[in-house]
Write a protein that binds this ligand. Structure first.
Ligand code: SF4
Ligand code: SF4
Length: 443
């Protein structure tokens, strides 16, 4: 069986363990699947993220462990002719929202999100790519031709008959709003700081095309903290840089590898000098630390991964080490508006909510609360897909939407692009990135 990702980090997994039950086919990929110890922890409703599809109606066929059991059976040739693509397994994998909850919360760190990328690559190779998958995966390139895309998204959101047509032709839910790209080219003002700490700020696809104000806010906050900011990937020639997340999400590993290679070439010289590489969108920045290791990109990927850091992680570490100093305005001290924080699943998977908490604690007078919820359901493009819209909504309704409804006066902070969109779709309320909140509150 040809494998599309590099699974060599699992070469020794389960070796010498008589109970590991490694499937006969699939090589190191099969070993990654077999790290499950069948504890069924993923079939509980414990605090945390894992497993959003199981949590919906406690269907044991839709847990992480159930996916493992089906994958093992397929790799052992026990599922008949359909093999990897038997309907039961296709459905179970389809409803995995790649939240990475299991990567952190499962006792043996089953990485179903990465397994799903390989699975989709196998599926694409066998059955071909749908038009919708092509469209979603090529979003960064399409956004470069944004003039027509802005108009198309806006028109589609305004006229139900176009939304109906898009659902029929592409499978994009007519019930959901599409995110609309910002319609102006943002200007970024970078000032030279005497002796400031050099940092790179990576302009990911979602910030630069949909929410450029987040980038502006992050630049302002970092400069207020005396950082010398180099903005990478924001404008002109550089706008083509992208982490490759949209390709990985649709199983297009070759295209992702190509984008990753270009971005690594750009970032490696900074990483070599020890400059922190800061990112704002969790799913993009964390791709550099996580999935890049499975793309066979060599030492450069390790070098960049070692310096890649989320905005909140950078601030929390800097504040703790006394390297960053932000002065808060009187407004911050006087503010009475509570802040509700919804974490992106990938932030939670790397423990970055601790950093969010540390930074928010620094702000005098701000009362904040972390929402205890699993995945918001949007999960990249999942909540926009016709067959998944209701499932995605049900995921949001489990905890996130009730928590927001209970505090109608609260400011909402959500660092994930798809989380902010899901909140907007189902509540009509805007949500801020942490960078935008801090900009409001610094002197
Ligand atoms: S996936 Fe993890 S939590 Fe679920 S049964 Fe396997 S080891 Fe246990
Ligand atoms: S990545 Fe998320 S949805 Fe997929 S199996 Fe793991 S916990 Fe469940």
């Amino acid at each position: 069986m040809k494998r599309y990702l590099d699974w060599s980090e699992y070469t020794d997994a389960g070796m010498g363990d008589a109970y590991a039950d490694i499937p006969k086919q699939g090589g190191d990929f099969a070993k990654a699947v077999a790290v499950c110890i069948n504890s069924r922890q993923c079939e509980t409703l414990a605090k945390g993220v894992m497993c959003p599809s199981f949590r919906l109606d406690e269907n044991p066929n839709l847990s992480t462990g159930a996916r493992v059991r089906l994958l093992k059976a397929a790799l052992n040739g026990e599922l008949g002719n359909g093999g990897l693509f038997t309907p039961e397994l296709v459905e179970a994998m389809d409803l995995c929202v790649s939240c990475k909850g299991c990567q952190r919360e499962c006792e043996n760190n089953v990485d179903m999100s990465r397994i799903k990328i390989e699975y989709l690559a196998q599926l694409n190779a066998s059955k071909g790519l749908s038009l919708r998958s092509r469209l979603f995966s090529e979003l960064p390139e399409l956004l470069a031709k944004r003039h027509w895309l802005i108009k198309l998204s806006a028109v589609r959101n305004r006229y139900p008959w176009i939304a109906n047509l898009a659902e029929r032709l592409l499978g994009i839910s007519r019930k959901s709003l599409l995110p609309e790209p910002a319609d102006s080219t943002q200007q970024y003002t970078l000032s030279e700081m005497e002796g400031g700490q050099p940092v790179v700020l990576f302009a990911d696809t979602f910030c630069k095309h949909y929410s450029p104000d987040i980038l502006v806010a992050a630049v302002e906050v970092l400069q207020a903290a005396s950082c010398q900011v180099s903005l990478i990937g924001a404008v002109d020639e550089e706008a083509r840089y992208c982490c490759g997340r949209t390709y990985l999400s649709q199983g297009r590993i070759e295209a992702a590898r190509q984008q990753a290679g270009e971005l690594l070439q750009k970032l490696a010289p900074y990483a070599q000098k020890g400059v922190p590489l800061i990112g704002l969108e969790p799913s993009c920045l964390l791709t550099l630390r996580d999935e890049y290791r499975a793309l066979g990109l060599g030492e450069m990927a390790d070098l960049v991964a070692g310096k890649a850091v989320l905005f909140e992680e950078f601030l929390a570490k800097g504040i703790k080490g006394g390297k960053l100093d932000l002065s808060w305005s009187e407004h911050a001290i006087a503010t009475q508006q509570p802040v509700l924080v919804h974490g992106h699943c990938h932030q939670k998977a790397v423990g970055a909510m601790k950093s969010m908490r540390k930074v928010l604690k620094q702000i005098p007078g701000v009362s904040f609360e972390m929402i205890d919820a699993s995945c918001c359901g949007m999960a990249g493009s999942f909540g926009l897909e016709a067959e998944h819209y209701e499932t995605a909504k049900a995921m949001a309704e489990q905890a996130l939407l009730p928590a927001l409804a209970a505090r109608p006066e609260a400011l909402i902070v959500a660092n994930g692009f798809s989380c902010r969109h899901q909140i907007r779709v189902h509540t009509g309320r805007p949500a801020l990135h942490l960078a935008q909140l801090i900009r409001l509150l610094i002197a």
